[in-house]
Design a protein around this ligand. Structure first.
Ligand code: PBG
Length: 336
Protein backbone atom coordinates (compact mmCIF):
# COMPACT_ATOMS: atom_id res chain seq x y z
CA UNK A 1 0.00 0.00 0.00
CA UNK A 2 1.43 3.37 -1.05
CA UNK A 3 0.70 6.75 0.42
CA UNK A 4 0.01 8.23 -3.03
CA UNK A 5 -2.73 10.45 -1.62
CA UNK A 6 -1.45 11.53 1.78
CA UNK A 7 -4.24 11.58 4.29
CA UNK A 8 -6.61 9.49 2.16
CA UNK A 9 -6.18 6.48 4.39
CA UNK A 10 -7.65 8.48 7.24
CA UNK A 11 -7.11 8.30 10.93
CA UNK A 12 -8.93 7.19 14.04
CA UNK A 13 -11.62 7.98 15.14
CA UNK A 14 -13.15 8.97 11.77
CA UNK A 15 -11.60 5.96 10.12
CA UNK A 16 -12.47 2.64 11.69
CA UNK A 17 -11.46 -0.45 9.73
CA UNK A 18 -13.82 -2.57 11.78
CA UNK A 19 -16.85 -1.00 9.97
CA UNK A 20 -16.16 -3.10 6.87
CA UNK A 21 -16.04 -6.20 9.03
CA UNK A 22 -19.38 -5.49 10.71
CA UNK A 23 -21.54 -8.07 8.98
CA UNK A 24 -21.02 -11.10 6.76
CA UNK A 25 -22.14 -9.44 3.53
CA UNK A 26 -19.68 -6.54 3.82
CA UNK A 27 -16.92 -8.97 4.62
CA UNK A 28 -17.80 -10.86 1.43
CA UNK A 29 -17.95 -7.62 -0.52
CA UNK A 30 -14.48 -6.42 0.44
CA UNK A 31 -12.70 -9.79 0.26
CA UNK A 32 -9.52 -9.36 -1.78
CA UNK A 33 -8.94 -12.97 -2.74
CA UNK A 34 -11.26 -15.86 -3.35
CA UNK A 35 -10.48 -19.55 -3.30
CA UNK A 36 -12.42 -21.59 -5.85
CA UNK A 37 -12.60 -25.23 -6.82
CA UNK A 38 -10.95 -24.13 -10.10
CA UNK A 39 -7.73 -23.56 -8.15
CA UNK A 40 -7.30 -27.14 -6.96
CA UNK A 41 -5.14 -30.00 -8.17
CA UNK A 42 -5.65 -33.30 -6.36
CA UNK A 43 -2.61 -35.60 -5.96
CA UNK A 44 -3.65 -39.29 -6.02
CA UNK A 45 -1.65 -42.42 -5.26
CA UNK A 46 -1.91 -45.57 -7.33
CA UNK A 47 -0.82 -49.03 -6.18
CA UNK A 48 -0.52 -52.56 -7.54
CA UNK A 49 -3.32 -55.08 -7.12
CA UNK A 50 -7.05 -55.20 -7.67
CA UNK A 51 -10.00 -53.77 -5.79
CA UNK A 52 -7.70 -52.01 -3.32
CA UNK A 53 -7.92 -48.73 -1.42
CA UNK A 54 -5.05 -48.82 1.09
CA UNK A 55 -4.63 -46.15 3.76
CA UNK A 56 -1.42 -44.13 4.00
CA UNK A 57 -0.53 -44.33 7.70
CA UNK A 58 1.04 -40.88 8.03
CA UNK A 59 -1.71 -39.20 5.97
CA UNK A 60 -5.06 -40.04 7.60
CA UNK A 61 -7.86 -39.83 5.02
CA UNK A 62 -5.49 -40.41 2.08
CA UNK A 63 -5.46 -43.73 0.25
CA UNK A 64 -3.60 -45.50 -2.50
CA UNK A 65 -5.97 -46.89 -5.15
CA UNK A 66 -5.36 -49.84 -7.43
CA UNK A 67 -5.68 -49.09 -11.15
CA UNK A 68 -9.22 -50.55 -11.36
CA UNK A 69 -10.32 -48.20 -8.56
CA UNK A 70 -8.50 -45.03 -9.52
CA UNK A 71 -11.05 -43.84 -12.10
CA UNK A 72 -13.86 -43.94 -9.53
CA UNK A 73 -11.87 -41.77 -7.16
CA UNK A 74 -11.07 -39.34 -9.94
CA UNK A 75 -14.70 -39.26 -11.12
CA UNK A 76 -15.66 -38.01 -7.68
CA UNK A 77 -13.12 -35.20 -8.06
CA UNK A 78 -14.46 -34.32 -11.51
CA UNK A 79 -18.04 -34.25 -10.21
CA UNK A 80 -16.95 -31.79 -7.55
CA UNK A 81 -15.49 -29.59 -10.31
CA UNK A 82 -11.78 -30.19 -9.62
CA UNK A 83 -9.94 -29.43 -12.88
CA UNK A 84 -6.90 -31.66 -12.56
CA UNK A 85 -5.34 -34.62 -10.73
CA UNK A 86 -1.67 -35.55 -10.25
CA UNK A 87 -0.72 -39.22 -10.25
CA UNK A 88 1.95 -40.84 -8.06
CA UNK A 89 2.79 -44.56 -8.09
CA UNK A 90 3.71 -46.90 -5.26
CA UNK A 91 5.92 -49.18 -7.32
CA UNK A 92 6.43 -52.81 -6.33
CA UNK A 93 9.97 -52.94 -4.83
CA UNK A 94 10.66 -55.95 -7.07
CA UNK A 95 10.40 -53.62 -10.10
CA UNK A 96 12.85 -51.07 -8.72
CA UNK A 97 16.38 -51.01 -10.12
CA UNK A 98 19.37 -48.66 -9.77
CA UNK A 99 18.56 -47.07 -13.15
CA UNK A 100 14.79 -46.87 -12.54
CA UNK A 101 14.03 -48.27 -15.99
CA UNK A 102 10.45 -49.04 -14.86
CA UNK A 103 9.82 -45.28 -15.16
CA UNK A 104 9.92 -45.71 -18.96
CA UNK A 105 7.73 -48.80 -19.11
CA UNK A 106 4.57 -47.91 -21.01
CA UNK A 107 2.70 -50.48 -18.89
CA UNK A 108 3.88 -49.11 -15.52
CA UNK A 109 1.40 -48.08 -12.83
CA UNK A 110 1.39 -44.41 -13.82
CA UNK A 111 0.65 -45.11 -17.48
CA UNK A 112 -2.04 -47.65 -16.61
CA UNK A 113 -3.66 -45.13 -14.28
CA UNK A 114 -3.53 -42.36 -16.91
CA UNK A 115 -5.22 -44.61 -19.47
CA UNK A 116 -7.87 -45.72 -16.97
CA UNK A 117 -8.63 -42.11 -15.99
CA UNK A 118 -8.62 -40.76 -19.54
CA UNK A 119 -10.96 -43.59 -20.62
CA UNK A 120 -13.45 -43.11 -17.80
CA UNK A 121 -13.23 -39.39 -16.96
CA UNK A 122 -12.01 -37.70 -20.16
CA UNK A 123 -12.84 -34.17 -19.01
CA UNK A 124 -10.35 -33.95 -16.16
CA UNK A 125 -6.74 -32.86 -16.60
CA UNK A 126 -4.06 -35.41 -15.74
CA UNK A 127 -0.64 -34.43 -14.54
CA UNK A 128 2.35 -36.78 -14.06
CA UNK A 129 5.60 -36.29 -12.21
CA UNK A 130 8.84 -36.76 -14.05
CA UNK A 131 11.52 -38.04 -11.66
CA UNK A 132 12.98 -41.46 -11.01
CA UNK A 133 12.53 -41.81 -7.24
CA UNK A 134 9.40 -44.02 -7.26
CA UNK A 135 11.32 -46.43 -9.52
CA UNK A 136 14.90 -46.52 -8.25
CA UNK A 137 16.18 -49.01 -5.68
CA UNK A 138 18.16 -46.18 -4.00
CA UNK A 139 15.23 -43.74 -3.89
CA UNK A 140 17.10 -40.91 -5.63
CA UNK A 141 15.44 -38.90 -8.41
CA UNK A 142 18.20 -39.60 -10.92
CA UNK A 143 20.99 -41.98 -11.90
CA UNK A 144 23.74 -42.42 -9.32
CA UNK A 145 27.40 -42.69 -10.37
CA UNK A 146 30.03 -42.92 -7.65
CA UNK A 147 27.55 -41.80 -5.00
CA UNK A 148 26.52 -38.67 -6.95
CA UNK A 149 23.24 -38.09 -8.79
CA UNK A 150 24.47 -37.32 -12.29
CA UNK A 151 22.70 -34.65 -14.28
CA UNK A 152 23.08 -35.05 -18.03
CA UNK A 153 22.79 -38.82 -18.13
CA UNK A 154 19.62 -38.56 -16.04
CA UNK A 155 18.09 -36.11 -18.53
CA UNK A 156 17.99 -38.77 -21.18
CA UNK A 157 15.89 -41.09 -18.97
CA UNK A 158 13.61 -38.24 -17.87
CA UNK A 159 12.89 -37.40 -21.50
CA UNK A 160 11.90 -40.99 -22.24
CA UNK A 161 9.73 -41.07 -19.10
CA UNK A 162 7.97 -37.86 -20.16
CA UNK A 163 7.26 -39.14 -23.67
CA UNK A 164 5.93 -42.47 -22.38
CA UNK A 165 3.57 -40.62 -20.04
CA UNK A 166 2.44 -38.25 -22.79
CA UNK A 167 1.76 -41.24 -25.02
CA UNK A 168 -0.46 -42.70 -22.28
CA UNK A 169 -2.52 -39.49 -22.39
CA UNK A 170 -0.98 -37.26 -19.74
CA UNK A 171 -1.82 -33.55 -20.23
CA UNK A 172 0.74 -31.91 -17.95
CA UNK A 173 4.28 -33.15 -17.46
CA UNK A 174 5.62 -32.03 -14.09
CA UNK A 175 9.39 -32.47 -13.74
CA UNK A 176 10.08 -32.76 -10.01
CA UNK A 177 13.66 -34.01 -10.19
CA UNK A 178 15.53 -30.66 -10.07
CA UNK A 179 18.14 -31.66 -12.67
CA UNK A 180 19.60 -28.69 -14.55
CA UNK A 181 18.28 -28.30 -18.08
CA UNK A 182 15.46 -30.82 -17.77
CA UNK A 183 12.65 -28.53 -18.86
CA UNK A 184 14.36 -27.69 -22.15
CA UNK A 185 15.30 -31.30 -22.81
CA UNK A 186 11.78 -32.55 -22.03
CA UNK A 187 10.14 -29.81 -24.13
CA UNK A 188 12.28 -30.82 -27.11
CA UNK A 189 11.54 -34.53 -26.58
CA UNK A 190 7.80 -33.90 -26.35
CA UNK A 191 7.80 -31.72 -29.46
CA UNK A 192 9.87 -34.24 -31.43
CA UNK A 193 7.43 -37.04 -30.56
CA UNK A 194 4.31 -35.14 -31.59
CA UNK A 195 3.21 -33.98 -28.15
CA UNK A 196 3.47 -30.26 -28.73
CA UNK A 197 0.23 -29.58 -26.86
CA UNK A 198 1.38 -31.33 -23.67
CA UNK A 199 2.08 -28.68 -21.05
CA UNK A 200 4.99 -28.52 -18.63
CA UNK A 201 4.51 -27.45 -15.03
CA UNK A 202 7.98 -27.43 -13.58
CA UNK A 203 8.71 -27.94 -9.92
CA UNK A 204 10.92 -24.91 -10.42
CA UNK A 205 11.68 -24.06 -6.80
CA UNK A 206 11.69 -27.36 -4.99
CA UNK A 207 13.42 -27.45 -1.64
CA UNK A 208 15.26 -30.29 0.12
CA UNK A 209 12.54 -30.51 2.72
CA UNK A 210 11.60 -32.67 5.68
CA UNK A 211 7.95 -32.03 4.81
CA UNK A 212 7.99 -34.77 2.15
CA UNK A 213 8.23 -37.56 4.74
CA UNK A 214 4.66 -38.88 4.55
CA UNK A 215 4.74 -38.83 0.72
CA UNK A 216 7.83 -41.00 0.75
CA UNK A 217 5.94 -43.48 2.92
CA UNK A 218 2.97 -43.38 0.51
CA UNK A 219 5.07 -44.22 -2.57
CA UNK A 220 7.59 -46.35 -0.71
CA UNK A 221 10.61 -44.27 -1.74
CA UNK A 222 11.55 -43.36 1.85
CA UNK A 223 12.71 -46.83 2.82
CA UNK A 224 14.74 -47.00 -0.40
CA UNK A 225 16.35 -43.62 0.33
CA UNK A 226 17.18 -44.61 3.92
CA UNK A 227 19.59 -42.12 5.46
CA UNK A 228 20.23 -40.49 2.09
CA UNK A 229 19.10 -36.98 1.22
CA UNK A 230 18.52 -34.91 -1.93
CA UNK A 231 20.56 -31.86 -1.02
CA UNK A 232 22.81 -32.00 -4.10
CA UNK A 233 19.84 -31.22 -6.36
CA UNK A 234 16.90 -29.92 -4.32
CA UNK A 235 17.26 -26.35 -3.01
CA UNK A 236 18.57 -25.19 0.34
CA UNK A 237 15.64 -23.92 2.49
CA UNK A 238 17.79 -20.89 3.31
CA UNK A 239 17.64 -19.55 -0.26
CA UNK A 240 15.15 -17.20 -1.90
CA UNK A 241 17.01 -15.37 -4.67
CA UNK A 242 18.11 -18.71 -6.05
CA UNK A 243 14.44 -19.69 -6.45
CA UNK A 244 13.93 -16.75 -8.83
CA UNK A 245 16.90 -17.91 -10.88
CA UNK A 246 15.50 -21.45 -11.06
CA UNK A 247 12.16 -20.10 -12.22
CA UNK A 248 13.77 -17.80 -14.80
CA UNK A 249 15.72 -20.69 -16.31
CA UNK A 250 12.70 -23.01 -16.43
CA UNK A 251 10.62 -20.33 -18.15
CA UNK A 252 13.40 -19.71 -20.66
CA UNK A 253 13.50 -23.46 -21.34
CA UNK A 254 9.76 -23.53 -22.07
CA UNK A 255 7.89 -24.17 -18.82
CA UNK A 256 4.22 -23.19 -19.17
CA UNK A 257 3.61 -23.06 -15.44
CA UNK A 258 5.90 -23.11 -12.44
CA UNK A 259 5.55 -24.46 -8.94
CA UNK A 260 6.94 -23.73 -5.51
CA UNK A 261 7.24 -26.64 -3.10
CA UNK A 262 6.62 -27.08 -0.16
CA UNK A 263 3.87 -24.50 0.24
CA UNK A 264 3.09 -22.91 3.57
CA UNK A 265 6.69 -22.58 4.83
CA UNK A 266 7.60 -21.00 1.45
CA UNK A 267 4.78 -18.48 0.89
CA UNK A 268 7.39 -15.72 0.55
CA UNK A 269 8.76 -17.56 -2.49
CA UNK A 270 5.29 -17.92 -4.01
CA UNK A 271 4.81 -14.18 -3.62
CA UNK A 272 8.22 -13.30 -5.07
CA UNK A 273 7.84 -15.59 -8.08
CA UNK A 274 4.35 -14.27 -8.79
CA UNK A 275 5.52 -10.65 -8.58
CA UNK A 276 8.76 -11.11 -10.49
CA UNK A 277 7.39 -13.11 -13.43
CA UNK A 278 3.59 -12.83 -13.52
CA UNK A 279 3.30 -16.39 -14.86
CA UNK A 280 0.93 -19.12 -13.63
CA UNK A 281 2.55 -19.95 -10.30
CA UNK A 282 1.41 -22.98 -8.34
CA UNK A 283 2.13 -24.08 -4.80
CA UNK A 284 2.25 -27.63 -3.48
CA UNK A 285 0.79 -28.04 -0.01
CA UNK A 286 2.85 -31.17 0.54
CA UNK A 287 2.28 -34.36 2.49
CA UNK A 288 3.91 -33.12 5.70
CA UNK A 289 1.75 -29.99 5.70
CA UNK A 290 -1.32 -32.17 5.20
CA UNK A 291 -0.23 -34.50 8.02
CA UNK A 292 0.27 -31.57 10.42
CA UNK A 293 -3.09 -29.98 9.69
CA UNK A 294 -5.01 -33.27 9.51
CA UNK A 295 -3.37 -34.59 12.66
CA UNK A 296 -4.22 -31.47 14.65
CA UNK A 297 -7.82 -31.45 13.37
CA UNK A 298 -8.28 -35.16 14.16
CA UNK A 299 -7.04 -34.61 17.70
CA UNK A 300 -9.30 -31.62 18.22
CA UNK A 301 -6.32 -29.30 18.62
CA UNK A 302 -7.51 -27.04 15.81
CA UNK A 303 -10.81 -26.52 14.00
CA UNK A 304 -11.27 -27.85 10.50
CA UNK A 305 -11.63 -24.31 9.14
CA UNK A 306 -7.83 -24.27 8.95
CA UNK A 307 -8.22 -26.24 5.70
CA UNK A 308 -9.77 -23.39 3.71
CA UNK A 309 -7.75 -20.81 5.63
CA UNK A 310 -4.49 -22.49 4.63
CA UNK A 311 -5.57 -22.71 0.99
CA UNK A 312 -6.74 -19.09 0.92
CA UNK A 313 -3.28 -18.07 2.13
CA UNK A 314 -1.79 -19.46 -1.09
CA UNK A 315 -4.18 -17.36 -3.18
CA UNK A 316 -3.35 -14.26 -1.16
CA UNK A 317 0.35 -14.92 -1.75
CA UNK A 318 -0.32 -14.91 -5.50
CA UNK A 319 -0.72 -18.59 -6.39
CA UNK A 320 -2.80 -19.44 -9.45
CA UNK A 321 -3.60 -22.80 -7.90
CA UNK A 322 -2.67 -25.31 -5.25
CA UNK A 323 -1.82 -28.99 -5.24
CA UNK A 324 -3.44 -30.28 -2.08
CA UNK A 325 -4.46 -33.58 -0.52
CA UNK A 326 -7.42 -31.63 0.90
CA UNK A 327 -8.80 -31.01 -2.62
CA UNK A 328 -11.98 -33.12 -2.27
CA UNK A 329 -12.63 -31.89 1.23
CA UNK A 330 -12.03 -28.26 0.21
CA UNK A 331 -14.24 -28.59 -2.88
CA UNK A 332 -17.11 -29.84 -0.71
CA UNK A 333 -16.65 -27.02 1.78
CA UNK A 334 -16.60 -24.44 -1.02
CA UNK A 335 -20.00 -25.68 -2.23
CA UNK A 336 -21.64 -24.78 1.08
C1 PBG B 1 9.27 -36.91 -6.36
C2 PBG B 1 8.31 -36.11 -5.57
C3 PBG B 1 8.28 -35.86 -4.19
C4 PBG B 1 7.11 -35.15 -3.94
C5 PBG B 1 6.48 -34.93 -5.17
N1 PBG B 1 7.24 -35.52 -6.16
C6 PBG B 1 9.18 -36.31 -3.09
C7 PBG B 1 10.60 -36.01 -3.10
O1 PBG B 1 11.12 -35.22 -3.90
O2 PBG B 1 11.30 -36.64 -2.29
C8 PBG B 1 6.62 -34.71 -2.59
C9 PBG B 1 5.14 -34.51 -2.45
C10 PBG B 1 4.65 -34.43 -1.05
O3 PBG B 1 5.40 -34.48 -0.07
O4 PBG B 1 3.42 -34.32 -0.92
N2 PBG B 1 10.45 -36.32 -6.72
Amino acid sequence: MTARYPGALGAFPTTRLRRNRFDPWTRRLVAETRLSVDDLIWPVFVCEGEGLCRDVGSMPGVQRHSVDRIADAVREAAELGIPCVAIFPETDPARKTPDGEESCNEANLVCQAVRAIKGAVPGIGVMCDVALDPFTSHGQDGLVRGGYVVNDETLEVLCRQAVVQAEAGCDIIAPSDMMDGRVGAIRAALDRSGHGHVRIMSYAAKYASGFYGPFREAVGSGSALGQGDKKTYQMDPANGDEALREVALDLAEGADMVMVKPGMPYLDIVRRVHEAFGVPTFAYQVSGEYAMLRGAIDRGWMEDRIILESLTAFKRAGAAGILTYFALDAARRLQK
